[in-house]
Design a protein around this ligand. Structure first.
Ligand code: C6P
Length: 420
């Protein structure tokens, strides 16, 4: 069975987005799982990697692996240049104004923890308020709870409605003079909703509160411009954006990063160390203690180069067409319940089949080569809101096809027959 159908061919013609050609860049997609062609719909958890990214890993270790910022020798200089060029690539990708505003991290989780523990512990006091939303990933809940507990600050939560949209009128009431930081996700991982972060940033600015945007699920779908958003911090992970695991980015406005204390001590983050006193390196190195994920940062830049070279208008049209097609086909299945029906969505669909446990359905889908995620998606408060233990989540990428959706639909019909 070809995973590129007539419908895909029509889309290639109408959007100019040649998915058949794009798929050639992703070697992992061309395999069978349990005797069926692999259908990878777990892109929200991590994306697959193009060949250029895979090659960049091998090239780093076979040509110029060395520690950075430390050696005068040839390899160390090449690795240091590549690491700092990666920072410049990220700066230009996010349209940050200065290279020093780009801090390399382990990923989104570490980026949020860095701001919460460095800025939060230094600036929050009893009675101050931190505002998040009801649809946050645990990575944007737990660090703030920890810091609130340590400082006496209070966590406030913007509620959502049944469609999985933030209730802006409530946000207006919750963001007050007491708010010191608003930390919200750009796109929901569990529901796919694209949040109106421009409006939220505006509300925060009116009361001089800082803003942190969790971009983990936004960057794999559209371009982000931190200057036009005018947020104070923006975080993402490379592995959801075609890059390697264990590496990510914290963008922060320079004056804020400069005023923040380091949160981890060690090599590479100092100017001078004596037993009496240590002085710290300038940003961003102040926040990059120890040997970083050198290969990861360099390869993340390669992933970003690949992503930037694509036609984003065509990708957007193509992904939205995948989303509508999947919604239409899924709706035809008896007992289908959708979670997250926001007006503006990335191609992520969360659903349940009435009376069936999501894990059982996920297991049968896997037997038919279809990889989806089942469970609470590290967003337990949303599951509590809907009163369910979890969902089945199909999260699409630009390299997925209509024929793959058909394969999932067939497997779901089968799961229904087997489990009912
Ligand atoms: N969501 C998902 O399947 P890390 O693990 O640090 O790379 O990313 C954490 C994270 C933070 N915010 C959002 C919005 C996310 O979606 C994630 C990761 C994955 O939905 C794994 S739980």
């Amino acid at each position: 069975m070809s995973l590129v159908s007539d419908k895909d061919k029509l889309m290639i013609e109408s959007t100019g987005f040649d998915v058949e050609n794009i798929r050639k860049d992703f070697p992992i997609l061309h395999q069978k799982v349990n005797g069926k062609p692999l259908v990878y719909f777990d892109n929200g958890a991590t994306s697959q990697k193009p060949q250029t990214v895979i090659d960049a890993i091998s090239n780093y270790y076979s040509s110029y692996n060395a520690n950075i910022h430390r050696g005068v020798h040839h390899l160390s200089q090449i690795a240091t240049s590549a690491y700092e060029e990666a920072r410049e690539e990220v700066r230009s990708y996010l349209n940050a104004s200065k290279k020093e505003e780009i801090v390399f991290t382990k990923g989104t989780t570490e980026g949020i923890n860095l701001v919460a523990h460095s800025w939060g512990r230094a600036n929050l006091k009893a009675g101050d308020e931190v505002v998040i939303s009801a649809m946050e990933h645990h990575a944007n809940i737990v660090p703030w709870q920890m810091v609130c507990e340590a400082t006496g600050a209070i966590l406030k939560v913007i509620p959502i409605d049944n469609k999985g949209e933030l209730i802006l009128s409530d946000a207006e009431k919750l963001i007050t003079e007491k708010t010191k930081i608003l930390s919200v996700m750009h796109v929901s991982n569990a529901l796919g909703s694209i949040n109106p972060i421009e409006d939220l940033i505006c509300l925060a600015k009116k009361v001089n509160a800082l803003t942190l945007i969790d971009g983990a699920q936004a960057v794999p779908h559209f371009m982000v411009d931190v200057q036009s958003l005018d947020c104070d911090f923006y975080v993402f992970s490379a592995h959801k954006l075609l890059g390697p695991t264990g590496v990510g980015v914290l963008y922060g406005k320079l004056e804020l990063l400069e005023a923040m204390p380091p949160w981890q001590g060690g090599g590479d983050m100092i100017k001078e160390v004596t037993f009496a006193k240590t002085t710290y390196a300038d940003v961003p190195l102040k926040f990059e203690a120890g040997t970083p994920n050198i290969e990861g940062c360099i390869v993340m830049a390669e992933a970003i180069r690949y992503w930037r070279a694509l036609d984003h208008d065509a990708i957007d049209k193509y992904e939205q067409a995948l989303l509508s097609y999947a919604k239409e086909k899924l709706s035809e299945i008896d007992g289908m319940i959708f979670y997250g029906t926001a007006e503006k969505k990335v191609p992520v669909i969360s659903f349940l089949l009435e009376g069936l446990h999501p894990y059982d359905v996920g297991f049968i889908l896997d037997k038919h080569g279809v990889a989806v995620r089942t469970g609470h998606h590290c967003a337990q408060p949303i599951m509590d809101f809907y009163g369910i233990p979890g969902t089945i989540r199909a999260s699409f990428s630009f390299y997925n096809t209509f024929a793959e959706i058909d394969q999932m639909i067939d497997a779901l019909h089968l799961a229904k027959r087997m489990l009912s």
